[in-house]
Structure formats: structure tokens, C-alpha cells
Design a binder for this molecule. Structure first.
Ligand SMILES: *[C@@H]1O[C@H](CO)[C@@H](O)[C@H](O)[C@H]1NC(C)=O
Ligand SMILES: *[C@@H]1O[C@H](CO)[C@@H](O)[C@H](O)[C@H]1NC(C)=O
Ligand SMILES: *[C@@H]1O[C@H](CO)[C@@H](O)[C@H](O)[C@H]1NC(C)=O
Length: 507
């Protein structure tokens, strides 16, 4: 009996001693940390010159830094390198950046760091060689708000790569090599608002790949290789406000492609190869205000194409191949184009100077938007040889009156040119348009006229054309009209043209 007790007592005593010892150890360690002799190296104050990682922080005192810029040098650092635990020395870091200085320096997301920093909000890694982002790469962090992974050669995003990150608001994986987006890559991200996927090589969006992003506001797919866009691509994005799909390879927009985007207000499709937009291509976009289709290959716009977009007040169709734009096409939005901040832009098309464009005169007259006025004032249309011929041949009953109207209009336009400086916004945009105008093909210049400088009555109509076609040569008055109608430079060509006509008649 006694012997047993003795053994027990000895056992307890040993445990007691061990406990005390380890407590003392803890105390010692704590003390040494306080006195900067931490068992962890202070990552903000690394003395070792051969260290593979160096960080610069706004404070080098232990456990105080909130911001660290870390550089990963030659040779790289393994995922299980004990160095990563040194981040315990600065547990208050909120903003952490890794700049990788050499190839192969960092080939993974340093999860060991993320999991240790329980105040980390902002993570930025650039110039690494991270070819793939695995599932749960960000360790279900409950603090991360922004993840930026630009220029890291990322080719693959595994399912759940970005998952269970309840505070995450912004993600950028721009300038990588992502070629397709699977489903469930973005998973349980209830606060995600901005997703940047620009400058990758995305050609495939799997159906429902954004399905879990109900609170996304802005999606940037600029500069990728998308050739088609279908409704299923955008499932779940019911709160998206801005979609940027500029500089892809889209060739057509089919029925209801964007119909899942009930809240969309801005759609950018510039710099694609769009030749055709089906009549319901923008079906369902009831909130859309801004539609940008510049630098595509549109030859015609169907009458019904804008019918669903009743709130549209910004329409950019620069640098397409439109030969005309019918009033019917804009029937549902024409009143919006008269409001203060509206813009409609048609420069760089192949618009024909004829009466199908006469409604633009009316719009010019009625709009309150300085931008619409300025844009229409500089809008040029093409008078091809035939039309020029007909324009010359149209009987002008009261040439004098026309002449006055024309001069009046010109004055007003000049006056408005002066106003241009007052534009509140989009100055850059307007400058860009001016540059374009200056860049016009010089050889074609003779055949282009400013639409607003051609009186409405002088715009020929297709029906008129056929029956006016067999008319007599121009009268003196008509030649005079030409001389005075802001086309002084054209006079020479007009005269030579008349000569040509005469020759033709003789022949
Ligand atoms: C993150 O959470 C999910 C769901 O709770 C779980 O399945 C997963 O293993 C967790 N991953 C990590 C790295 O914590
Ligand atoms: C997300 O990005 C936007 C725009 O760049 C910025 O204004 C916002 O503060 C960011 N939000 C967070 C939580 O980082
Ligand atoms: C412009 O408006 C004025 C006054 O509202 C009107 O008299 C004139 O006919 C209009 N001109 C055109 C081309 O619509």
C-alpha cells in the first residue's frame, strides 16, 4: 500500500516539476521576446544578409507593424521553410506585399503566413511564378478584404481557389495566363464586389462560373480571348453594375446574352470584332445607361436592338462600319439623348450624307447635352460621287434662304465650339474624339462633309435620288450654294466633277 502511494507521489511530483519548468520556459521566452531576443526573427528587422526574404515595415518594433513590403530574392523559399513562422513576430500586419525579384522565387501562395496573421486585410503578390491556385489557398481567412495577384503567371484556378473568405471585397488576378474559368472557383464570398480578370487569355467561361457572386458589382474581363458570350456565362450576377468585355474577340451578340444581368448599368464591348447584334441581343438590360461599342465591325443596327434598354443615355458607336443610323433604331432612347449628360458618338463610321440622318439635325436642335451637340457638330458623313452628283442636281427653289439658314447654323456651331471647354466631365473622351477626327484619311476629306453644315432639305433621300437622277446640270445658284456652304475646298473638286458630268453627257 505505502509503496504504491510512494510511487504515485513521485509521479505527481515529476509532473509538477515538469509543468513548473515549462511554465518557466514560457515566461523566459515571453521575456526574451519582449527584450527582442525572440525565438522568432523579427521579419521587419532581418539582419541576416543572406535571408531569402526581406521585409520593410512602417515600424520595426516587434509586434507593432501593420504594413509590410517583402522582397523575395534569388533561390526562392520552400513552402515548408521554417522562415515563414517568423511572421509570428509581427502579428498586427494588415497589409502585406510580396515582390518577387527572380524567377522561381515564389511558386505558391504562402498560406503559412496568411493563417498566422489574423489581422491581415490586404494581400498583394506580384512577379511570382505561381502557376496554379489550389483549393482554399487563402485558408478561409475571415479578415482578408483584398487579394491582388497581378503578373504571377497563374494559369489555373482550381475549384474553391477563392472560397470561404467572408470579408473579401476585391480580387484581382489581372495579367496572368488564365485560359478558362471553371465553376466553383469563386465560392462563398458573400462580400465580393470587384473581380478583375483582365489581361489573361480566357477563352472559355464555363456555365455558372460566377454563379456564387450575387453581390458582385464590377466584373472586368478586358483583354481576353472570348469569342462568344451566352446567357449562362453570367448566371448569378444579379447585382452586377459594370461589365467590361473590351478587347476580346466577340463576333456577334446573340439573343438575351446579358439577360441575367438585371442590374447592369454599364456595358463595355469596345475593341471586339462584332459584326452582328441580334434584335434581342441586349434583351433584359432594363437598367442599362451606358453602352459602348466603339471599334467593332458593325455595318447595321437592327431597329429593335435598343428597345429593351429604355434608360440608355450614353451610346458610343465610334469606328464601326455603319452606313447609316436610323431614327427607328433609337426610338426608345431618343428622349434620353436630349438630357444633360447624354452622349451619342458616331465618328469614324461610313455614314452616308442622306435624309436617313436628318433626325440628327433635330436631335442637335433639341438636346440639352453639350456633349451630344459637340459630337454631332463634328460628325462627318460621306458624299459618295453619286450622292454628290445628286446633291448638286437637287433643285433649290430658294437658294438664298438656304444660304442664310446655313450661315446661321454655322455661326451657332462656332459659338458652341467655344463652349466645349466648359464640359464638366469626359474631357479626355472628347479629346480622343478630336484626335480621331484629325486622323482622318486626307484623300477622303474632299468627300466628307459635316452633317450639321448640310441643311436638312439638302440631304437627299433614296426615293428622291432615283427620280432626281436624270436631272440637268447645276444652275449658277447651285454652284453658288456650294461655294458658300462651308465647302470652299470642295469647290475645285465640284467644278472638276461638273466637268466630268458634262463629259459623261457628251460621251
Ligand atoms: C475551409 O472551409 C471549408 C468548409 O468549411 C473546409 O471544407 C475546408 O477544409 C477549409 N479549408 C481550410 C484550408 O481551412
Ligand atoms: C476595392 O477596390 C476599390 C476600387 O479600387 C476601392 O475603392 C475599395 O476601397 C477597395 N475595397 C477594399 C475593401 O479594399
Ligand atoms: C430648331 O428649333 C427651332 C426652334 O425650336 C425651330 O424653329 C427649327 O425649325 C429647328 N430646326 C430644326 C433643323 O429642327
Amino acid at each position: 500500500m505505502d509503496f504504491k502511494y510512494l510511487i504515485l507521489m513521485i509521479a505527481f511530483a515529476t509532473v509538477e516539476i515538469n509543468l513548473t519548468e515549462s511554465r518557466q520556459n514560457d515566461k523566459r521566452r515571453w521575456k526574451s521576446e519582449k527584450s527582442l531576443y525572440s525565438h522568432y526573427v523579427n521579419i521587419c528587422d532581418i539582419q541576416d544578409r543572406v535571408s531569402k526574404v526581406h521585409c520593410y515595415c512602417e515600424s520595426i518594433k516587434i509586434k507593432t507593424a501593420t504594413k509590410a513590403d517583402c522582397w523575395v530574392f534569388n533561390g526562392g523559399i520552400a513552402e515548408d521553410d521554417p522562415f515563414w513562422s517568423n511572421f509570428y513576430s509581427q502579428p498586427k500586419i494588415e497589409r502585406l506585399t510580396f515582390n518577387v525579384r527572380a524567377d522561381g522565387g515564389l511558386t505558391y501562395i504562402p498560406a503559412k503566413v496568411i493563417v498566422r496573421l489574423d489581422r491581415l486585410q490586404y494581400l498583394n503578390i506580384q512577379y511570382a511564378n505561381i502557376f496554379s491556385i489550389p483549393s482554399f489557398a487563402f485558408t478561409n481567412s475571415t479578415t482578408l478584404r483584398e487579394i491582388s495577384l497581378q503578373k504571377n503567371k497563374i494559369g489555373k484556378l482550381e475549384r474553391m481557389a477563392f472560397a470561404h473568405l467572408i470579408m473579401l471585397a476585391n480580387v484581382s488576378v489581372a495579367e496572368n495566363q488564365i485560359s478558362e474559368l471553371q465553376r466553383d472557383v469563386f465560392y462563398v464570398l458573400p462580400n465580393l464586389q470587384r473581380l478583375q480578370l483582365s489581361k489573361n487569355t480566357i477563352s472559355v467561361l464555363h456555365d455558372g462560373c460566377f454563379k456564387h457572386l450575387n453581390n458582385l458589382i464590377k466584373l472586368d474581363l478586358n483583354s481576353n480571348l472570348l469569342t462568344v458570350v451566352i446567357r449562362e456565362n453570367f448566371q448569378g450576377l444579379s447585382n452586377l453594375i459594370t461589365l467590361d468585355m473590351r478587347n476580346n474577340k466577340l463576333m456577334m451578340i446573340g439573343d438575351l446574352s446579358f439577360a441575367e444581368l438585371w442590374s447592369l448599368q454599364e456595358l463595355y464591348l469596345d475593341g471586339n470584332e462584332i459584326e452582328f447584334i441580334s434584335e434581342r441581343g441586349f434583351g433584359g438590360l432594363t437598367q442599362l445607361k451606358k453602352l459602348s461599342l466603339a471599334d467593332n465591325k458593325l455595318g447595321v443596327l437592327d431597329d429593335g436592338v435598343l428597345d429593351d434598354i429604355q434608360k440608355l443615355n450614353f451610346l458610343d458607336l465610334r469606328n464601326n462600319k455603319l452606313e447609316t443610323l436610323k431614327q427607328e433604331t433609337l426610338r426608345s432612347v431618343i428622349d434620353n439623348m436630349k438630357s444633360n449628360y447624354a452622349l451619342i458618338s458616331l465618328d469614324g463610321n461610313k455614314l452616308t450624307c442622306d435624309c436617313r440622318l436628318s433626325w440628327l439635325h433635330k436631335l442637335r436642335n433639341e438636346t440639352r447635352s453639350k456633349r451630344v451637340k459637340a459630337s454631332l457638330d463634328r460628325l462627318q458623313c460621306i458624299m459618295d460621287t453619286k450622292l454628290k452628283n445628286n446633291l448638286v442636281n437637287i433643285k433649290v427653289q430658294n437658294a438664298e434662304v438656304q444660304y442664310k439658314v446655313n450661315i446661321g447654323l454655322k455661326k451657332e456651331i462656332d459659338k458652341n465650339d467655344d463652349d466645349e471647354e466648359e464640359f464638366e466631365d469626359d474631357n479626355i473622351y472628347d479629346d480622343a474624339m478630336k484626335d480621331q477626327e484629325n486622323g482622318l484619311d486626307v484623300t477622303k476629306k474632299d468627300y466628307r462633309r459635316k452633317l450639321m453644315e448640310i441643311p436638312v432639305d439638302m440631304l437627299p433621300c433614296a426615293s428622291k435620288l432615283s427620280y432626281e437622277a436624270s436631272f440637268s446640270p447645276p444652275t449658277q445658284d447651285e454652284v453658288k450654294y456650294y461655294k458658300t456652304s462651308g465647302c470652299e475646298k470642295c469647290l475645285a473638286s465640284t467644278v472638276s466633277f461638273i466637268t466630268m458630268c458634262t463629259l459623261t453627257r457628251i460621251l
